[in-house]
Design a protein around this ligand. Sequence first.
Ligand code: ARG
Ligand code: ZN
Length: 492
Amino acid sequence: MRRKEQPRLALLLLGLLSLGWTGAQPSSPSTVPTLPLRPEVSPAADTLGDPIFPGLGQAGLDVRHYDVSLTVERPGTPELYGSVTLTLSSTRPLAEIRLDFLGLAVSAVRWNNRAAPYRVDAAAQKLSVTPPAPLLPGQEARLTVVYGGRPGVILDPGFGTPVQLGWQSVLAADGRVGANFTLSEPHGTHTFLPSNDHPSDKATFTTRLTVPQGFTAAASGVEGPVTERGGTRTFVFTQAQPIPTYVLGLHVNRFERVTAPAVPVGVGGATVARRDYFPVGTPPNVRAVYDRTGEALRVLSEWFGPYPFGACGVALVTPRLPALETATLSTIPPNLNTERTAVHELAHQWFGNDVSPATWADVWLNEGFATYSDVLWTEAQGGDGQAVAARWYDTLVRGGSRPLVATREEQLFDRSAYQRGALAVHALRAAVGDAAFRAFLRAYTARFSGGTVSTPEFLAFARAQTGERGEAALRLWVESPTLPPLPVVAGR
Ligand code: ARG
Ligand code: ZN
């Protein structure tokens, strides 16, 4: 799914800016953005040309929907098998479709239900399919891949000890209780799903997971009816709003699915289903962390605008890992089973999942806003948000920081992405005041809902909404090689 109107609107904004129109304040030519709105990708380039992961994706390919059916016969072992049907369109003629894919074995490929030639290039992590005729703009096609085996292995170097991304397999010591789940950010999804594995190509998902009796499957989206057959159970989930591939959450475990009252904070007052997945035996004090999710939904939606999806909750996992904002169903490890993490991952449902980074260089837009939710939640509890911001500032003074647009993989989830990113948001609030800050947040999520945003587009939008003052405050935190002064928001 792609929003083709977006760059045009941003260009229009830039055009208006250069004509001296800012919506709120007079402009000065010296603050007109100079960065290109999006990195240039030459039409001949085959990938999406991401500045951090240049090999990911295919330029011009637009996956609109993934219809995924996977079977896990022995939870806890890595093996899986099944198929995916991608609904494709394109923005340029494509004589070959090149999906990101690593590790699994392909047994059949069909193009609009007819067998199609394909080839797997493990070194390039691509599955290439040749359609009978090039896919042209305006056309739609269905590409089916039947596959199975062991998912590929991709490591993330940036988390102290390397973390394996993508499909996770957890086998308990007694060998009986096993679990599988996905933890893919930034580029692990193609270890278990052939995909255009880049956040700029968002898509909707239907996910069917078949597991042995006694196990429960969970996935991003709203759950449909469960079917039982021959000792297996098949669960189905519909993710009706487009999300980036890295936040597709899949879980298999001996779970208890615990529901709570729906919360009417969705778009147009729609209710949001509440369900959490706790591994059988999860103690009450661990579950209690999620007693206040409904309240957090209300507090955050007051600031951010309507909650973008139809369901909200968590799935708990047992290995020590980073947490992840898997869509509608945050994945929380035991080392991060805290209210702060729960609120942080909840905030990502707006910032990251609904409004997504145009490239991996822009991931601070995810982590900065999600981290900032700590200030908003603290204040909603009657606490001192400014003190939270001051602690972040101390961390940056001691540890150092960098301009916010990432240039290397190791920076994606560093303290600058989180704490300096959050202080950029705090600086905007300090510059424009609470009312304009709230109006900005709601306009921003509404404008980019379902789409993607780059850092220059974000700054241009901030300027159009909050004027030169708001944009300058943000730009200082985005670009300054040194640490700007701590912004102060008067106590509430
Ligand atoms: N987005 C996750 C969060 O909630 C962090 C993911 C870190 N991923 C990684 N591969 N280190 O903050
Ligand atoms: Zn985060």
